[in-house]
Ligand binder design. Structure first.
Ligand code: F6P
Length: 410
């Protein structure tokens, strides 16, 4: 029998998801919804991020609805709407948000997002006193979550955000699959990976057999480009099957001979409401320069939205539950303006509430891939990064054709 004496009986908690989707958002929504409703809250979903709190509002009731947390993306849908004034949209829509929070009698808002969505929520908390709790989310894994990774007796500052483990597995598997076509044609495949200004996701390709890699954290100047080509040639010549898959981040800064400048390649000249441009196309540039310079056939493959798509993987499923356990702690203490994070990198079975902590939400800043994780001279991800990934990804899926054929002499 349902007790009417639950601690937050009569109160309403609403959940929204904003920014780029990930395969772990539905899992986060389900985990927060389940815990909040056990505490007595009526639970609403706000559709399309902040957009669902504009105009007349677009709100659904999640309280006693079945919810499939394994299904990827976000059933609440998403947008990059910014309620605060921006260059793209100078009008403040905060009054509309406040009106709807009041109209729908929302007592607490849980925002699932990166720095933009959670940053806007934090501003509402600070300027308007709206009770908010953040929930991290990004495939880029670049939110400064202050998570420590212990490796060889040293603590490395790492990051762990829901969405990254699933996206990392997708990139790992795609890299391993693409090796068979690269092998068949003795080609170099330049694999472009999302991640904006950070190389965390690009590094997951190493578990699928991606050897060398380029990340945005270290720019490719004219001089470094020469070293890179030399390194690629050597790696190709030394490879057993005469093929390479080279993962490159969409946001790498690459020296352009024509302009004499180091720059990123943009997919469009537009920016979103948070001022972010869209990257895309650098793999084509790198592949054609490899072909021209080294005389080795090279092709480009953009992984694009594939990383973000598909179902929630194992690690993410438990990660979202563990962080939702910490949300319960924040709700019980009415500790708003914060978000739960993992305090240290642990394997899947050790993900428990006692490995979490809470930090200020919003404007927590970006955390690039740590220097310990990438060898700038060899253009390779390090053993320390492999150790980090061992905790988070499924087993490496690097496979080789099992037979060597005897050569026939005439
Ligand atoms: O931030 C997540 C992300 O997938 C980035 O890796 C990528 O640059 C961007 O979103 C793409 O944005 P959109 O969904 O607007 O094309």
């Amino acid at each position: 029998m349902r007790s009417e004496n639950k601690i937050f009986q009569g109160k309403t908690l609403a959940i929204l998801s904003g920014g780029g989707d990930t395969p772990a958002i539905n899992s986060s929504i389900e985990a927060v919804r389940n815990r909040a409703s056990m505490l007595g809250y009526k639970v609403y979903g706000v559709l399309q991020g902040w957009k669902g709190l504009l105009g007349d509002g677009n709100i659904v009731d999640l309280t006693h609805q079945p919810y499939d947390g394994y299904y990827g993306g976000t059933a609440l849908r998403s947008s990059r709407t910014n309620p605060f004034p921006s260059k793209k949209n100078p009008e403040s829509r905060v009054p509309q948000v406040l009106r709807n929070l009041q109209k729908y009698k929302i007592d607490v808002l849980v925002t699932i997002g990166g720095d933009d969505t959670n940053g806007a929520a934090k501003r509402l908390f600070e300027t308007e006193g709206i009770p908010v709790i953040g929930f991290p989310k990004t495939i880029d894994n670049d939110l400064r979550t202050r998570t420590l990774h212990r490796y060889n007796g040293k603590d490395i500052e790492a990051v762990l955000c829901p969405g990254f483990p699933s996206a990392g597995n997708a990139i790992m598997e795609m890299t391993a699959n693409l090796r068979t076509t690269a092998e068949s044609h003795s080609r170099i495949l330049v694999l472009e990976v999302m991640g904006r200004d950070a190389g965390w996701l690009t590094g997951t390709a190493m578990f699928g057999g991606g050897s060398l890699g380029l990340i945005p954290e270290f720019e490719i100047t004219e001089a470094r480009k020469e070293v890179f080509f030399e390194t690629v040639k050597e790696a190709y010549m030394n490879s057993k099957k005469k093929c390479l898959v080279i993962p490159v981040s969409e946001g790498i800064r690459w020296f352009d001979e024509k302009t004499g400048k180091v720059d990123v390649v943009y997919a469009s000249s537009e920016v979103d409401e948070y001022g972010h441009p869209r990257f895309g196309g650098v793999s084509g540039v790198v592949a054609s320069e490899i072909s021209a310079r080294l005389g080795i056939e090279a092709r480009a493959q953009i992984t694009g939205y594939y990383a973000r798509s598909g179902h929630c993987r194992h690690y993410d499923r438990r990660l979202t539950s563990t962080l939702a356990d910490k949300v319960v702690d924040l709700l019980l203490r009415e500790d708003y303006g914060h978000m739960p994070v993992i305090s240290r990198i642990v394997p899947h079975v050790e993900l428990e509430e006692f490995n979490t902590t809470s930090i200020d939400m919003g404007a927590v800043g970006n955390k690039p891939l740590s220097e310990d994780y990438y060898d700038i001279n060899k253009f390779r991800f390090t053993e320390a990064y492999a150790d980090f990934l061992t905790n988070i990804l499924d087993k490496p899926v690097f496979e080789e054709f099992k037979y060597d054929f005897p050569v026939v002499l005439p």
